[in-house]
Design a binder for this molecule. Structure first.
Ligand SMILES: *Cc1c(COP(=O)(O)O)cnc(C)c1O
Length: 428
């Protein structure tokens, strides 16, 4: 029995042990796995054909061409697959529950601003009218340069000054559906003023502050204390202002964002419920509406544990889509309100799998125990208890001996802190 144990030690590593330690089958989502040779493989799907490529072979090929590690690989096939996945899953959920509205995603540029990413999302996403979300003037300039689909949206979030607003309104004049989201109370008056000046009817959104607080690592941007968004009183004031200006028909979108990487589906569901209530409230106030933007937060299972810890998520894409759609539908039905187009601002859920950083192993470090010091007579008194444990060691007493050894070792370390044991004694 002892021999079998010894054979399966750290040095007899195999593919199964590797795969179970790194949980690659769980977090790889079908894009990454370890092949029989023990190499990490990426699975690329193009036109329903799937091909597996070893990352080791890629790196060897790159080195033959004179490139040195580290290298950042980008797989646009994976990006395409993610865009398709979120759009098709929302479509399936809509069909499944009999929802009357549709789904349109917008990709938040801040999540990965690489030109290739924006280009690929606009290009491949066109069949789904996937749009972009911007949080600044610079991002809006990029969005207007790349998105030319009149059925897609550009959702303009973030702090807005006159220039940002003018840029969005000019985009609208060019035939791009830019939505100006009011994130701070004072922005409402500025949007009204600029659109009168330029002679355009804006598409206006309101960002609400949800009282739902989601658990997770990056959820500070949600909740009542977040920097952005209007509270209920501020929303009412914005509605009254727009009504007085005869612009309630411009108010078409409600936005909220609970935070990024939300691990627990319960929070997502409660957030959707609260938002749907606000949406119905806005319709009842006479706003045109039609668009409900549920923000980001769709999480990635980075550690493959499928749990509600911050590096994971306890739900699937299908569950996420169904829960949101169903919650919004039920609340709209209750109040006889038409089902809105659902917009989501998923970022990491689209791009997390798409790039891989390859680097050389620089060194390895293995935990090794040194041979014990020669125990001279003067060291013996300190080690008395430990030596006694050693003498009583047998197969039956293994656990007991281990417990005792740990106890006496700790005792020596404590004595060292108080100066009762010297350095040589501690080493022994
Ligand atoms: C960061 C951010 C997102 C993207 O969140 P993900 O969790 O990556 O999908 C969406 N909307 C807003 C307002 C954000 O700040």
């Amino acid at each position: 029995k002892g021999k079998v144990m010894a054979k399966r030690d750290i040095h007899t590593w195999d593919v199964e042990r590797s795969s179970s330690l790194y949980r690659i089958d769980q977090w790889g989502s079908g894009y990454f796995n370890i092949n029989r040779k023990g190499e990490v493989e990426v699975n690329l799907r193009n036109n329903n054909k799937s091909s597996a490529v070893s990352l080791l072979e890629i790196s060897q090929g790159l080195q033959e061409r004179g490139l040195k590690m580290p290298v950042l690989l980008r797989f646009s096939d994976i990006l395409d697959d993610r865009i398709k996945f979120i759009n098709e899953t929302f479509r399936a959920a809509i069909k499944d529950v009999g929802y009357k509205g549709s789904y349109k995603g917008v990709y938040p540029i801040k999540v990965n601003q690489q030109q290739q990413v924006i280009e690929e999302i606009c290009h491949f996403g066109k069949q789904y009218h996937h749009g972009l979300e911007t949080g600044s003037k610079a991002e809006l300039i990029a969005a207007l340069a790349y998105l030319d689909d009149p059925e897609a949206y550009i959702v303009c979030n973030g702090y807005k000054d006159e220039e940002y607003i003018d840029l969005a309104l000019k985009g609208l004049m060019l035939g791009i559906q830019t939505v100006l989201v009011i994130e701070m109370p004072q922005e409402a008056a500025l949007i009204i003023e600029r659109s009168k000046e330029l002679g355009v009817r804006p598409i206006i959104g309101i960002r609400m502050k949800p009282s739902t607080i989601a658990s997770g690592h990056w959820t500070d941007s949600g909740g009542e204390r977040s920097a952005f968004g209007l509270n209920t009183t501020q929303i009412i004031n914005a509605i009254d202002l727009l009504r007085n200006e005869g612009m309630l028909d411009c108010l078409q979108l409600l936005h909220y964002h609970l935070g990024s990487q939300i691990p627990n589906i319960h929070d997502i569901r409660v957030g959707a419920t609260e938002a749907a209530r606000f949406y119905v409230g806005l319709v009842k106030e006479g706003a045109k509406m039609g668009l409900l933007d549920i923000g980001g937060g769709l999480a990635i299972d980075y550690d493959g544990s499928s749990s509600n810890t911050s590096n994971s998520r306890n739900y699937t894409m299908a569950e996420y889509c169904i829960d949101v759609i169903e919650e919004v539908m039920n609340i709209c039905n209750e109040s006889d309100v038409e089902h809105p187009t659902i917009i989501s601002e998923s970022g990491r859920a689209l791009v997390a799998y798409y790039s891989v950083l390859l680097l050389n192993v620089l060194d390895t470090n293995v935990f090794k125990t040194e041979a014990p010091l020669e125990i001279s007579d003067e060291l013996k008194p300190v080690l008395d208890n430990l030596l006694y444990v050693k003498k009583s060691l047998s197969e039956k007493t293994v656990q007991e001996c281990l417990n005792d050894l740990n106890y006496y070792r700790e005792e020596i370390r404590v004595k060292f802190l108080f100066g009762k044991v010297n350095m040589r004694e501690r080493a022994a």
